[in-house]
Design a protein around this ligand. Structure first.
Ligand code: GLC
Length: 711
C-alpha cells in the first residue's frame, strides 16, 4: 500500500465500492477535450480528473497548443535544464486546457531505426534518456500537473506492438531499457503507463514482476500505473500485477460513444477493429468495471488492492492540489512558450557536415528547394500530434531573414504526413494545421529547382521523412523522389546545403556531394525561424546526435528474429549492444556517431582531471564567434570476468556550455556509481575492481582527453 495522507485514508474508508470503481476505470469526458477521464465522486467532493496527450504539446480535442520540437530534437541538446523548461511549458498549457495529467514523457530506447515512434523518444543511450526524462518529469510536476512516463517497458517497435513479446535478458533490461523509467521514479513521477507489448511472454499490463515487484516494491513508486489506451488484457491479471487505472475504459461501441446510427460515414461497423496491425482493439474495455467488482467478491482480487488503486489516484490528485480549489490558470501560446519552442528547435539542430559554407552571409542569394518548404514540419503522426496557433515555414523563416535574393522551388511532389488517425475508422480527423504560408505550387518541377540552384550563390535543400505511431518504416530511405532532387541540385549548384527533417536516422546517399548537412528532426512550430537562425549563424547549431546514423544493414537488430520478430517474438539477442554500443563492439564505422555535431566555433580541450565523483576539463573557444559545446564523458571499463562482454564505452554524462569567442571555461561532468557498474543477474549491480578510463570529448568517436580512475 502506498503511503497515504489522512485525507486519502478517510476518503478510501468513506467511498462505496461503486464510487471506488469510478476512480480506476476511465469514461467519456463530458467536456469532450480529454484523452482520458475519471468522473470523480461529487458526494465526497472528489473532483473529476482529466488526462491529455502528449510529449510534443497538448493534444486536447479540437484545441490548439504550442507545437514544441520533437523529443529527439530536445535530446540533441543534451540539456536536462531545457527539458525541464519544456516539461513545465507543456504542463502550463495542459492546465490552461483544464487538464490534470499529461501523458508524457515517452522514453523508450531507440533500439531499431525503423520504429515509427522514435521521434517521440530521446535516445539509444539510457543515461541520456534518463537525464532528459527526469528533466521533463520535474518540469511537468513543478506546475502541479501529473507526469506520465511511458511506455513501460521495451515498447521499441510499432509493428505488432499490441502482441509482440520482447525477449530481453535481465541484464539488458536493467542496463538499457529500465534506467529512464527508474530515473522518472527518482524524479517523483506521478504516473507510469504500461506498454501494449509483452516482455518475456507477459503483457506489460499483466506483468507482476516488472510492475508490482520492480516498479512499486523495489523502486518505491508511489503514484498510479495507468494502462495504455485499450491496453488491458485481463481483470484479475492486471489488478494483481499492479495496474491501477484502466484507460480509456470505454469501448468505441459503448452506447455513450457509438456514432449516430444515421452517420453513414462511420465505417467502424465494416472493419474488424481488432485486426489493424499496431492498433489496439477499441472494443476491449471495462475490465476494471463490474468484472473487477465480481473478482473482488469471488476473492480473486483482494479488496485491499482496490483500496490501494484508489489511494494511489487520490494521492496524485491531492499532490497537485485538486482538493484545494484553484490551481491557477496555466498559460497558453505565450511569447515565452513560442520562444522556448524556437530555442529548442535551434539548439537541437545538429550540424553534421560543413565545409565552411555555413553560416551564410546575409547578402547570399539563396535557392530554397524542397517539397514541403511551404509548411512547418511539426512532428510525426499519432497521439503526439499537436495543432499550433502559429507556425513558421522554412519559406517564411528564410525569406524574412535573408537580405539576398531567395528563389523558392519545391522540385518534387509534396511529402504527405502519415498518421495513426488515418488508420482508425472510428476517429475523426484532428484539425490539421493550415500553414500560415500560401499553399504549395501546383506542379513542382525539378528543372525549375535546378535552374534556381544554378542561378543562386547557395542552394538550401530541405527534405523530410514521414513517420507515425502504429507504423514502422520499411527502410531508411527518404520518401518520394527527394534523393534524386538533392543529387540534381548538388550537380547544378556552386554549393549545396541539405537540411533533413526526420523522425530518426535516415540514409544520406548524396552526403559526399554537398557542402553542408544538418539534422533538424521535426522542429515543431518554429521550424523556419529556427532554421534561419542556424543557417545565418544567429545561433550556433548546438545539437549532438542522440542516435547513431548508419546504413540500414549496419544496425544490430537486422535479423528478422530480432526485429520485427517471428511468430510474435522479438528476440533482443543483441543484448545491451544497441546504438553506439554495437558499433563500438563490432568496431564498425557509422555514418555519423552518437554524440557527433559540429559547431561554427572552434573548441579546444585541456587535460581532463577526475576524482571518483566527477571529471573536469577546461574548454577554450578559439574562434572569434560564440559557440555552444556539449562535453561528453564516457566510461571505458576494465576487462570483465570471463563470459561477460561489456560495451567498449558508455556515456556517463554530459554538460553543455556556451562560450564567447576566446573564452575558456572549466566544465564538470558528474560520475555516479552506476557509471562504473554492470548488472549481474545473480548479484545485481556490481563494480569490477580495476582501472577505468574516463574518455572526454565531442562524441563517442571524438575523444579529446582521457583520465584514469581506479575502482
Ligand atoms: C496511444 C499511445 C499513448 C497515448 C495513448 C492516448 O495509443 O500509445 O502514447 O498516450 O494512446 O492517446
Amino acid at each position: 500500500m502506498a503511503e497515504t495522507s489522512e485525507r486519502v485514508e478517510r476518503l478510501v474508508d468513506e467511498l462505496t465500492r461503486e464510487e471506488k470503481l469510478r476512480l480506476v476505470r476511465g469514461t467519456t469526458d463530458p467536456a469532450g477535450t480529454a484523452t482520458g477521464y475519471l468522473p470523480g465522486v461529487d458526494r465526497l467532493d472528489v473532483p473529476e480528473f482529466r488526462l491529455v496527450d502528449g510529449p510534443l504539446g497538448v493534444r486536447a480535442e479540437d484545441e490548439r497548443a504550442t507545437a514544441f520540437p520533437t523529443a529527439l530534437a530536445l535530446a540533441a541538446t543534451f540539456d536536462p535544464d531545457l527539458a525541464r523548461e519544456q516539461g513545465a511549458a507543456i504542463a502550463r498549457e495542459a492546465k490552461a486546457h483544464d487538464q490534470d495529467a499529461l501523458l508524457a514523457p515517452g522514453t523508450n530506447i531507440v533500439r531499431v531505426p525503423h520504429c515509427g515512434r522514435n521521434f517521440e523518444y530521446y535516445s539509444e543511450d539510457p543515461r541520456l534518456a534518463a537525464d532528459l526524462t527526469a528533466g521533463v518529469v520535474e518540469g511537468i510536476q513543478d506546475e502541479d500537473v501529473v507526469a506520465t512516463v511511458k511506455h513501460y517497458v521495451a515498447n521499441n517497435q510499432e509493428q505488432n506492438r499490441t502482441e509482440v513479446s520482447a525477449e530481453v535478458d535481465e541484464r539488458t533490461l536493467r542496463e538499457l531499457y529500465l534506467p529512464a523509467f527508474r530515473a522518472a521514479v527518482e524524479a517523483g513521477v506521478g504516473s507510469v503507463m504500461t506498454a501494449y507489448n509483452r516482455v518475456n511472454g507477459t503483457h506489460m499490463s499483466d506483468h507482476r514482476r516488472l510492475v508490482a515487484d520492480v516498479l512499486k516494491d523495489e523502486w518505491g513508486f508511489e503514484g498510479y500505473v495507468v494502462s495504455d489506451w485499450y491496453g488491458v488484457e485481463s481483470t484479475v491479471g492486471a489488478a494483481t500485477a499492479g495496474l491501477d487505472v484502466e484507460m480509456p475504459g470505454v469501448s468505441v461501441t459503448d452506447s455513450r460513444d457509438a456514432p449516430d446510427e444515421a452517420d453513414e460515414s462511420s465505417s467502424e461497423t465494416d472493419v474488424d477493429l481488432g485486426s489493424i496491425d499496431g492498433v489496439p482493439d477499441p472494443t476491449e474495455a471495462g475490465f476494471f468495471g463490474e468484472p473487477l467488482a465480481e473478482a473482488i467478491d469471488e476473492g480473486a482480487v483482494p479488496a485491499e488492492r482496490l483500496d490501494d488503486m484508489v489511494a494511489r489516484v487520490l494521492g496524485q490528485m491531492e499532490r497537485i492540489g485538486l482538493f484545494d480549489g484553484d490551481r491557477g490558470d496555466g498559460a497558453l501560446d505565450t511569447p515565452a512558450h513560442r520562444d522556448l519552442a524556437h530555442r529548442i528547435a535551434a539548439r537541437g539542430t545538429v550540424l553534421l557536415e560543413n565545409d565552411g559554407v555555413l553560416p551564410l552571409d546575409d547578402a547570399t542569394d539563396v535557392a530554397l528547394v524542397g517539397p514541403n518548404v511551404h509548411e512547418a514540419t511539426l512532428g510525426g503522426g499519432g497521439s503526439s500530434e499537436t495543432t499550433p496557433f502559429h507556425s513558421v515555414s522554412p519559406r517564411e523563416g528564410i525569406t524574412s531573414r535573408a537580405e539576398g535574393e531567395v528563389a523558392v522551388a519545391r522540385g518534387v511532389p509534396e511529402i504527405e504526413d502519415v498518421s495513426l488517425f488515418d488508420l482508425l475508422p472510428f476517429v475523426g480527423d484532428d484539425a490539421g494545421e493550415e500553414s500560415d504560408d500560401a499553399g504549395p505550387d501546383p506542379d513542382p518541377s525539378k528543372d525549375e529547382a535546378v535552374a534556381a540552384a544554378e542561378a543562386a550563390d547557395v542552394a538550401v535543400v530541405v527534405v523530410r521523412d514521414a513517420t507515425t505511431e502504429a507504423r514502422d518504416g520499411d527502410d531508411l530511405r527518404l520518401p518520394g523522389r527527394q534523393d534524386e532532387l538533392v543529387e540534381a541540385v548538388a550537380d547544378a549548384a556552386d554549393r549545396t546545403v541539405v537540411v533533413v527533417n526526420s523522425g530518426g536516422p535516415v540514409e544520406l546517399p548524396w552526403r559526399d556531394d554537398v557542402a553542408a548537412l544538418l539534422a533538424a528532426w521535426y522542429p515543431g512550430q518554429a521550424h523556419g525561424a529556427a532554421l534561419a537562425d542556424v543557417l545565418y549563424g544567429d545561433r550556433d547549431p548546438g545539437g549532438r546526435l542522440p542516435v547513431t546514423f548508419a546504413p540500414e544493414d549496419a544496425y544490430p537488430a537486422t535479423d528478422e528474429s530480432q526485429y520485427p520478430g517471428v511468430d510474435g517474438v522479438a528476440d533482443y539477442s543483441e543484448g545491451p549492444f544497441v546504438g553506439y554500443r554495437h558499433f563500438d563492439a563490432a568496431d564498425a564505422e557509422p555514418t555519423y556517431p552518437f554524440g557527433h555535431g559540429r559547431s561554427y566555433a572552434d573548441f579546444r580541450y585541456g587535460a581532463a582531471e577526475a576524482d571518483g565523483d566527477a571529471v573536469r576539463v577546461t574548454v577554450e573557444n578559439r574562434a572569434e564567434r560564440p559557440g555552444r559545446e556539449v562535453v561528453q564523458a564516457y566510461v571505458r571499463p576494465p576487462a570483465a570476468p570471463d563470459g561477460v562482454e561489456r560495451p567498449v564505452r558508455e556515456l556517463a554524462g554530459a554538460a553543455a556550455v556556451e562560450l564567447d569567442g576566446g573564452e575558456t571555461s572549466t566544465v564538470e561532468v558528474d560520475l555516479d556509481d552506476l557509471a562504473f557498474a554492470r548488472y549481474d543477474p545473480d548479484d545485481g549491480w556490481v563494480t569490477d575492481s580495476g582501472a577505468y578510463a574516463i574518455e572526454v570529448g565531442r562524441s563517442s568517436r571524438d575523444v579529446r582527453t582521457t583520465v584514469r580512475v581506479d575502482r
